[in-house]
Design a protein. Structure first.
Length: 483
């Protein structure tokens, strides 16, 4: 009787980057219980009903509509907290690391896959958005999945279900941020580089066109809300330094990557994935300022993959000299990266890594307020403190507010006219003002905010002025000589 043959499945190395990235993401996830203004937008919108969210999207932030609705569902199920706010980003970056690992292993072996997957979550920009309650990490995960599906097809598994999954993934990415469609020209560059068969190109074109067509309505509608990106500065030469450095590293990775029998290689996938979104966003920014690194965070999947190629080249070089020494190359490289990036890693997990902290200002309000006080916000966007922590404002009157954010379908609500605001302020005995700390504040703009400032200066005196984590809370008392 023949002994039974026991088959051992190879260990799924992609699990190592997943566990590594999740552990990296959970480290200091709460950032000392701080939430900054961008995340506050997610938080306060996610607390609204689906109907209120839909009304808001008609006026503002339609580009983030799918993300807001998803976070609303999570807040409904698990309650609002910094963990619920940021954990989706941690899991998304972990999924992206898994995709890098799988792609690298399939194209060039274990060291490329394992090295690239471990590196992805450690990249400084990725670390920042790894713990951010915004949609950019989710877009990166979708870009990783779509690239993995493309590689799967190009390696001979040209199946209809893969193309459907590819199109759906790109579509979802587009609805999380329509600049994610820059993944398509990157994939087209890979198809051209590898001289893919015409049938595969046609299927890619069909899937890509369908996904793009699905996102076009969002693109067109979002253009009516273009004032939201008016803060983005025009493109300047110094803004190109970062992309130039990334492309230089990527170019080195493509040069030293392991050659393959087919044209499909780490360079053919990684370099377009890194370079094309960067160049594409620069091109768009020549017409409309849009160059913000987080919009193309997903391009760093290509950098991680190419870095895996550099690590693999180092392992191969070491193996020529000593097989035993080559085993230590990857652990040593990762250990050195962790140590060298430790100051940055610690900094990104502190409240000071962001402009301000909404929750810290709310805690000041709890301590300084008295029942019956009035509260003002300069600018009105600082009302996010109240929207994220409404219980901290119990017993206070928002004296400038005419229509709530929910009623007006806006992020910050609609305030009364300057004359109405002035009259309301003069009727108050005490006013608590929430604004930006001087080091992050912009000059007061708008007649309404100037009125607030002038009335406080002329008819009130500050009795308490405290600053914490980029926000300022000042308590004013009405002068007895005021009319």
């Amino acid at each position: 009787m023949k002994p039974a043959v026991v088959s051992h499945r190879p260990f799924p190395i992609w699990l190592i980057p997943v566990v590594w990235t999740i552990a990296f993401g959970m480290w200091g996830l709460s950032r000392q219980a701080s939430v900054w203004r961008d995340e506050a937008a997610t938080w306060q919108v996610a607390l609204r009903s689906t109907g209120d969210i839909a009304r808001m999207l008609e006026h503002v932030d339609v580009v983030h509509g799918l993300y807001y609705l998803s976070m609303h569902g999570l807040f409904e199920c698990f309650g609002p907290s910094t963990t619920v706010l940021r954990l989706p980003s941690v899991l998304a970056i972990a999924a992206g690391a898994a995709c890098v690992s799988l792609i690298g292993q399939r194209l060039a072996g274990t060291h490329v896959g394992l090295g690239g997957g471990l590196v992805f979550g450690m990249l400084p920009a990725v670390q920042f958005y790894l713990q951010e309650g915004r949609p950019y990490a989710l877009v990166a995960a979708g870009a990783g999945i779509s690239t993995l599906l493309l590689v799967t097809v190009l390696q001979g598994r040209d199946r209809g279900r893969y193309w459907v999954a590819y199109g759906c993934t790109v579509l979802v990415c587009g609805y999380l941020n329509w600049l994610a469609l820059l993944i398509l020209p990157a994939h087209l560059a890979t198809l051209l580089w590898t001289r893919t068969a015409g049938r595969v190109r046609v299927r890619w074109a069909i899937a890509s066109t369908a996904a793009t067509a699905g996102v076009v309505p969002l693109i067109l509608f979002s253009m009516t809300q273009s004032a939201q990106v008016s803060w983005v500065p025009p493109l300047t030469w110094h803004m190109l330094i970062g992309p130039a450095v990334l492309l230089a590293i990527g170019g080195l990775g493509s040069l030293v990557s392991r050659p393959t029998a087919s044209r499909l290689s780490v360079a053919a996938v990684g370099l377009p994935l890194l370079a094309v979104p960067q160049i594409g966003l620069i091109g768009l920014s020549l017409f409309q300022p849009l160059f913000v690194d987080r919009y193309i965070l997903f391009s760093l999947l290509g950098l991680a993959l190419l870095t895996g190629g550099i690590i693999d080249a180092a392992v191969r070089e070491a193996a020529r000299r000593s097989a035993r020494a080559s085993r230590w190359v990857l652990p040593v490289v990762i250990a050195m990266a962790v140590i060298s990036l430790l100051p940055q890693s610690l900094a990104k997990r502190s409240p000071a890594s962001r402009v301000d902290d909404v929750l810290a200002a709310a805690e000041q309000m709890r301590r300084l307020k008295q029942d019956g006080d009035g509260v003002l916000f300069i600018p009105a966007a600082r009302r996010d403190t109240r929207l994220v922590s409404p219980d901290a404002f119990t017993g206070l009157r928002d004296i400038a507010l005419a229509r709530t954010p929910e009623e007006s379908g806006t992020l910050k609500g609609v305030e009364a006219s300057p004359s109405q605001v002035r009259a309301a302020m003069l009727a108050e005995r005490r006013i608590l003002l929430i604004t930006d700390a001087p080091q992050v504040a912009r000059p007061t703009s708008g007649e309404r905010d100037r009125t607030k400032t002038e009335v406080l200066k002329k008819y009130f005196t500050p009795v308490s002025d405290e600053q914490v984590r980029g926000r300022r809370v000042t308590v004013y008392e009405h002068l007895t000589s005021a009319p």
